[in-house]
Ligand binder design. Structure first.
Ligand code: OGA
Ligand code: MN
Length: 299
């Protein structure tokens, strides 16, 4: 039996049934999942029973995996293998983190609109987040369709954005939260990188905005003008009509296309409930400027 695709929204999110991701998947099913991924950008696989290895094996169908940036945080002790981003609120002993822990401050960045790893020269292509435990209330994840947001821009704005390149840094999003206490070594480990503001997704041919709270200045523009433009575009791209909100069930695996979506976590009582989410992340094929054939203008 082949997979079942059940749209949640007409063009952005779909649930996928009749597939067990813990087992080897037939090539025709892998192809059907990839086709659905090109159309929808957010796919939900309910009630999957996955070990960590099975989760990683499924992710590898989409390309090579990233390793976690927690390795750059000198104080971090990993609770999960380095191929996972630990998106939980748990410490290495599986207890809820401390109110003032650095880990908590760092993860608060996930409450801002972003796309994963745009602050890496080679950003993320896809993220696969698996829910092992969830809070009884709150802790949803919102997704914004940046292809639809691009399509809805006025033509003169589309022309204005052509060839623009923004500088992305993880320290931009953390600075927005007033969190700036990073060592020189930590900063040097994740230097700022250029990324285009508009990109084309190869499989669908659709154009998409490429934005994140990690974005700072735009090359060739005064800093304040660039930041204002980014804020204006994020506000545009996160209007209600572009959003799908995922309300998690335990054992949901959700995969999203980082090239053409933004996402953010919603609030929950993170000092009371355990929320254990683990993310495998697939690398993109090249820096976005390279992919679009755009040279970065001098600063
Ligand atoms: C992520 C992320 C938000 C959430 O996994 O990359 O940003 O709701 N998650 O946990
Ligand atoms: Mn994220």
């Amino acid at each position: 039996m082949s997979i079942t695709i059940c749209p949640v929204t007409p063009n952005f999110a779909a649930e996928i049934g009749d597939v067990d991701l813990s087992r080897p998947i037939a090539p025709s099913d892998v192809a059907a999942i990839k086709d659905a991924f090109a159309k929808y950008a957010v796919l939900i696989f309910p009630d999957q029973h996955l070990s960590q290895d099975q989760h990683l094996d499924f992710a590898r169908h989409f390309g090579p995996l990233e390793t976690t940036i927690a390795l750059f945080r000198k104080d971090a002790k990993l609770r999960v293998p380095k191929e996972f981003a630990d998106v939980s609120n748990l410490d290495p002993e599986n207890e809820v983190w401390g109110k003032d822990s650095r880990q908590r401050l760092f993860q608060l960045g996930n409450r801002l609109w972003h796309t994963d790893s745009s602050f890496k020269r080679l950003p993320a292509r896809a993220s696969l987040l698996y829910a092992r435990s969830i809070p009884p209330v709150g802790g949803h994840t919102e997704f914004a369709d940046e292809r639809a947001a691009y399509d809805a821009l006025p033509e003169d704005m589309k022309r204005r954005l052509e060839s623009l390149v923004a500088e992305h840094s993880i320290f931009n999003s953390r600075a927005r939260l007033g969190f700036a206490s990073f060592s020189d070594e930590e900063r040097q480990g994740l230097p700022p990188v250029p990324q285009v503001v508009v990109r084309t997704i190869a499989e669908s041919g659709r154009k998409s905005l490429y934005l994140a709270s990690h974005a700072g200045r735009i090359f060739g523009m005064p800093e304040a003008d660039g930041r204002t433009l980014i804020d204006q575009l994020v506000a545009h791209a996160t209007q209600r009509q572009f959003i799908y909100t995922h309300r998690w069930r335990v054992r949901d695996l959700v995969i999203w296309d980082d090239r053409c979506t933004m996402h953010r976590g919603t609030a929950f009582d993170d000092l009371r409930w355990k929320r254990d989410m683990q993310r495998a992340t697939v690398c993109d094929v090249a820096n976005t400027c390279e992919q679009e054939g755009i040279a970065v203008a001098a600063a």
